[in-house]
Design a protein. Structure first.
Length: 274
């Protein structure tokens, strides 16, 4: 049964509210060990206790938070790409299972790199006053690495790549296409700010809203990059056709023969997931 007019609008709104809330709760449940230590970290006051909670969060994050976030991105990916009626529960846990290994390995690398850079930043800014420029560089690298997480999760659920390619491309896109990433960070900051005033909103919608906004910007970036690549490819083909117009028939035939499927293999290095 399809509602029209105002009732139809209200019905669609409640559908989207339910989708965001349901997927966010699934994400929180699967990430619960990390958030348990996070909440505990916010409650303790001692330096040693805080340090212990930081270590605990760093240890459990690759095994809980990263796979759950990848699964959440897989859900919002379907929404962004025009399939809002997907079965959230089955898609979430299927993606959780399929992407667990890559997201876990990536999570280990990300946590290690973030910890190393954070320690380096702290040491250079506090212990070596005459080398604070290195600390500033470390801070910039730390921010770039952290922000690249948005692209990391988007690429895990969108492309068939090995983990090295995913991490490399996530950082490169963050650097060469910064405006969409900045928009993602600003949007996420707005969600977190509102959530700090109304914690219930974070519990029901925080993660899913940020994931949706992040993949929306990622998808727009890659769509634009693909369009540019297609234009360049088309221009090269036109130039080749123009250059080959004066070549004799035999040479043209040899050039056209080539190695079959070269273009397909090149484009297939990073094939898109279904």
């Amino acid at each position: 049964m399809e509602f029209k007019g105002a009732m139809g609008g209200i019905y669609r709104l409640t559908e989207w509210i339910t989708r965001f809330a349901y997927s966010n709760i699934l994400w929180l449940v699967c990430s619960s060990p990390f958030f348990f230590f996070l909440v505990t970290r916010l409650m303790v006051t001692g330096v040693n206790e805080s340090l212990q909670m930081n270590w605990a969060m760093g240890i459990v994050a690759p095994f809980t938070l990263f796979p759950a976030t990848a699964a959440l991105f897989a859900v919002v990916r379907k929404w962004v790409m025009g399939d809002p009626d997907v079965k959230i529960f089955s898609l979430f846990f299927r993606s959780y299972k399929e992407n667990y290994k890559q997201s876990m390995i990536g999570g280990i690398f990300y946590v290690l790199l973030l910890v190393i850079m954070m320690v380096d930043y702290t040491v250079y800014m506090t212990q070596f006053k005459n080398m604070q420029i290195i600390g500033i560089v470390m801070l910039i690298l730390l921010i770039v690495l952290f922000v690249s997480l948005f692209n990391f999760f988007s690429m895990i659920v969108h492309y068939h790549m090995n983990i090295r390619q995913i991490m490399k491309n996530a950082v490169l896109i963050t650097i060469i296409r910064p405006f969409r990433v900045i928009a993602t960070v600003l949007g996420s900051a707005v969600v977190l700010f509102i959530g700090s005033k109304y914690p219930a909103l974070i519990f029901f919608f925080g993660g899913s809203l940020i994931a949706y906004w992040a993949f929306f910007n990622f998808y727009a970036t890659f769509t634009k990059m693909q369009e540019q690549a297609e234009r360049i490819k088309q221009k090269e083909l036109e130039e080749q056709e123009a250059a080959g117009a004066g070549i004799d028939l035999e040479a043209s035939s040899d050039a056209a023969g080539g190695e079959p499927g070269d273009g397909d293999r090149r484009s297939g290095e990073a094939t898109r997931k279904d």
